[in-house]
Write a protein that binds this ligand. Structure first.
Ligand code: DC
Length: 228
């Protein structure tokens, strides 16, 4: 067994709006673990492609670019700061456009392969909380804790709608719901690493749970799995 494999990994997967980003960051911070926001890597790639004029279906060019991007997550896990070539792109990658672009580039096998080792390199002592779609199935299949957070598409659309309203941004519930369904469909039906729970994942439906109740449930799962 290589030394990296002895570093504990908590894989938290699920669709967007399930609360996994918030929960994963919270757990990393509470445990003092490193944090991998794998969705940010696909979002950054979509942004870089847009800036360099690379088509979002040009698999070869995108795979080549994924290998050379200078990406850094400089601050502690509670912060959402992301640097691309030294520039703070934290806000840019959170746009709806970058999210939709990320979902498209993430469907390309060559891109996923090119980002695989990059993601595994985040596994450093004392441990890692990894947030994504395929953390438990593909990137860290040997993770000691695998959690799949989900919620109904209507509830996830409602959360997104409220988030946008709180930020004073325009929001249309029906449009958001349609986007969520389209993205779920693309993420779940792609041939490589589709969005689905690992066989040994604990599935938590957060439709009826607020963030604190979800965090409590996730803490219990982590405690039981890390120290059985
Ligand atoms: O979690 P997010 O919304 O930031 O992810 C953006 C897109 O990236 C999402 O539509 C699916 C894709 N993604 C993926 O395919 N695999 C991951 N591990 C993380 C994200």
């Amino acid at each position: 067994m290589s030394s990296a494999c002895s570093v504990p990994v908590i894989a938290i997967d699920g669709p967007s709006g399930s609360g996994k980003g918030t929960i994963a960051r919270m757990m990393a911070s509470e445990l003092g673990f490193h944090f991998l926001d794998s969705g940010a890597l696909y979002r950054i790639l979509a942004l870089a492609a847009q800036r360099r004029g690379i088509a979002l279906d040009d698999e070869q060019a995108l795979a080549a670019v994924s290998g050379e991007l200078d990406i850094r997550f400089p601050a502690d896990s509670a912060s959402e700061q992301v640097l691309l070539d030294g520039e703070d792109v934290s806000r840019d990658i959170r746009s709806e456009e970058a999210g939709a672009g990320a979902s498209r580039v993430a469907a390309l096998p060559g891109v996923r392969q090119a980002l695989l080792e990059r993601q595994r390199a985040f596994r450093q002592p004392p441990g890692l909380v990894a947030d994504g779609r395929d953390m438990g199935t593909v990137v860290f299949p040997d993770a000691g804790v695998k959690i799949f957070l989900t919620a109904s598409s209507e509830e996830r659309a409602r959360r997104r709608y409220n988030q946008l309203k709180e930020k004073g941004l325009p929001a249309d519930y029906d449009e958001i719901l349609a986007d969520i369904r389209a993205r779920d469909e693309r993420d779940s039906s792609r041939s490589v690493a589709p969005l689905k729970p690992a066989r040994d994942a604990v599935v938590v439906d957060t439709t009826e749970l607020d963030i604190e109740a979800t965090a409590q449930r996730v803490r219990e799962i982590i405690k039981n799995r890390l120290n059985p």
